[in-house]
Write a protein that binds this ligand. Structure first.
Ligand code: ADP
Ligand code: ASP
Ligand code: MG
Length: 424
């Protein structure tokens, strides 16, 4: 008998009819002889709606984190109760738990809490007694009993963490697309579903903006070797398996593809300080206070020195832009910099693939393809398996399509991508 954790995202539980569809899928898995733990998200749009309510109530975009997390967690509490009611109506014995009830213990970093421990025993008892167990995604509880949330998309992480704690045979992430694609199929309708992708590649794609899996879920799955699969809630199919690198590739795909996929992110802002002294320690003097303000820096570029002066540019997430700018203005006075300015209308485009390790020329091909569309590259950063560029935000989708074509990622079969809510 296998133990499976199945996670259903917001669009999969958007109304009672869809919740019933989920319930039938879960029951079918159980009837096939599996023990099933189900993790659900809030109904589609609910987390956004609650966030808006909080902003309206607190009259600020930064309501008190403890209360905000408590509020946001209610979205998932609603869906576990509804799904359990439907399961019971369909004749399946089921029991649901909030994050606090099942003791998903987290730290106290509200809105981005990290899971520290899960007590798997009560779930095992329920499963042993033949019940389907339904657990709220996205939420946990800290040591003081305060409700915490795991960050947007966090139900993925709940599912993988439960799968790890229960030593599940597979963690299945059901969503509104039928697997991981070469890029977001909503932007490139000719994107191709991947039968499999390595953890490393998935980790890069998730961190570079592909929201199909939350990055922490992928990290967890890699760390605890949880077999992870992305599938459609709405149609049957094999989905995409996330594999350890070096595992046997499936037949017919013995050779590693050069590029696994393309990610893009609008959540970028750029800050520049012109004319700072080109002396040892200058980078630390600028980035130290930024780090102390708890702002994560992504790309960094420092120009070659001119007359003993240099220019310094870095990127942060959009939500941190104002705070980073304030810090930079303060520093500019201290360092007698010539000028400080920023730009929030930028985006990041990234190519990801483990095949890059052994291939030269990927970067130049990427730059050629962007140049052919008249897209100017503002910043570049590379790692072993990815190349990222910063471009004007309005060119993100055009750039993604151009790269998809240039690297022959288009689906040649002529099939149409199945994206819920879109008739592509
Ligand atoms: P859920 O609510 O089920 O968690 P999400 O909206 O978080 O679903 O994630 C699924 C969405 O991720 C898809 O609808 C798709 O638009 C987007 N996406 C971005 N990049 C990719 C990709 N490479 N492959 C598949 N989907 C992607
Ligand atoms: N409901 C949360 C969100 O919308 C968590 C999730 O769906 O994974 O981000
Ligand atoms: Mg999601």
């Amino acid at each position: 008998m296998a133990l499976i954790v199945q996670k259903f995202g917001g669009s999969s539980v958007a109304n009672i009819e869809r919740i019933e569809n989920v319930a039938r899928k879960v029951i079918a898995s159980r009837d096939a002889g599996n023990q099933v733990v189900v993790v659900v998200s809030a109904m589609k749009g609910e987390t956004d709606r609650l966030t808006d309510l909080a902003h309206a109530a607190a009259q600020t975009s930064n309501p008190r984190p403890r209360e905000l997390d408590l509020l946001l967690s209610t979205g998932e509490t609603v869906t576990i109760a509804l799904l359990t009611m439907v399961l019971e109506r369909l004749g399946a014995e089921a029991r649901c738990y909030t994050g606090a009830q099942v003791q998903i213990l987290t730290d106290s970093a509200f809105s981005k809490a990290r899971i520290q421990e899960i007590d798997a025993e009560p779930i095992r008892e329920d499963l042993g007694a033949g019940r389907i167990v339904v657990v709220a995604g996205f939420q946990g509880v800290d040591e003081n009993g305060s409700i915490t949330t795991l960050g947007r998309g966090g139900s993925d992480t709940t599912a993988v963490a439960l799968a790890a704690a229960l030593e599940a045979d597979e963690c299945q992430i059901y969503t509104d697309v039928d697997g991981v694609y070469t890029t977001d199929p909503r932007v490139v309708p000719t994107a191709r579903r991947l039968d499999q992708i390595t953890f490393e590649e998935m980790l890069e794609l998730a961190s570079l903006g592909s929201k199909v899996l939350q990055i922490r879920a992928v990290e967890f799955a890699g760390k605890y070797q949880v077999p992870l699969r992305v599938l459609s809630s709405f149609e049957d199919g094999p989905g995409t398996l996330i594999t350890m690198e070096g595992e046997d590739m499936q037949q017919g795909s013995m050779e590693e593809p050069l590029i696994a996929g393309i990610a893009f992110s609008r959540d970028e802002a750029k800050l520049t300080m012109l004319g700072v002294p080109d002396t040892p320690g200058i980078a630390a003097q600028i980035l130290g206070p930024i780090a102390s303000a708890n702002i994560e820096v992504d790309m960094i570029v420092q120009n070659i020195s001119n007359d003993g002066l240099t220019d310094f540019t870095f990127t942060v997430q959009k939500r941190d832009y104002e705070r980073a700018m304030e810090t930079l203005r303060r520093l500019a006075a201290e360092l007698s910099a010539r000028e400080v300015f920023g730009d929030t209308s930028i985006g990041k485009l990234s190519l990801v693939g483990v095949g890059m390790r052994s291939h030269a020329g990927v970067a130049s091909k990427m730059f050629d393809a962007l140049a052919a569309e008249g897209i100017n590259i503002q910043m570049i950063s590379t790692s072993e398996i990815k190349i990222s560029v910063v471009v004007e935000e309005k060119y993100l989708e055009l750039g993604t399509r151009a790269l998809h074509r240039a690297f022959d990622l288009d689906d040649e079969s002529g099939r149409t991508v199945s994206v819920e809510g879109q008739s592509a």
